[in-house]
Design a protein around this ligand. Sequence first.
Ligand SMILES: [Zn+2]
Length: 286
Amino acid sequence: MRHKFTITISDVKGSRHYTIDDILKRVVAIFLILIALLFAGGVIYITVLNHKVGQLDIKKDELQNELNDKIAYYEVIKSKIEEIESIIGIAHEEDENITHEARLSNITLTTVQQSLLLQFIPNGAVTTHNGISDKFGMRKHPIKMTNEFHSGLDFRTPLQTPIYAPALGIVEYAGYSDSGYGSLVIVDHGFGFKSYYAHLDRKMLVKVGQFVKKGDHIANSGNTGLSSGPHLHYEVRFLGRALNPINFVNWNLNDFSQIFEKETNVQWDSLLEVMSILLANKQNPQ
Ligand SMILES: [Zn+2]
């Protein structure tokens, strides 16, 4: 005969006997019911999740469309800003840190006026160089060894270094000068301003009468004329009078007003007034 464990539970109602089989059956039954409940719960849960995922997909598509619209809109604005920047001559920097708000705030009417002025009057670097070898003003001439006025700025440049026009203008002279300048280019920028480039390479790149714009490659540096070594002698003249070119070299949109205080030989106020009239006419053609 098989041995059976019997568990007896006694309470006020009396005693009940349970065999191990009974208990096992109950445990299994409870276990199965729990599994079934879990399964049913899982199915319901998955169904609900599926539904939510479906809704999210729809939402995602909507957001994606909205995003695409925004990107397209952003691209239009971006290209418009670039267009305006190029019209008014602000160099567009590929710098992600510069926000479009900052770029837009740069495009003010004043900036447009300023940019216009910077198209006409010499400004910025005319060449790459290895330093300034001689400043504007009185100095001892390196060849004549006499004290005399140096009417320009000397940039130490290797031979054949490109020289770029610092503003638009017309070539007034392009050839060899016996005055000591050697190969010389003179650009007339109008409004009384001219720029001189001396000791150039003998081969001229521009012709008299040719119009040039800011940034055009107008000559190559050399070592011609009264020159003690390869360099560019750069002059800015106003009504025939040599001005200190350094103020013009350092002049740009970011440091715009400085020159008005440093270069007092030009009546800047009246020039700015003329520029603003030019601009007003440009905006509202009569
Ligand atoms: Zn010089």
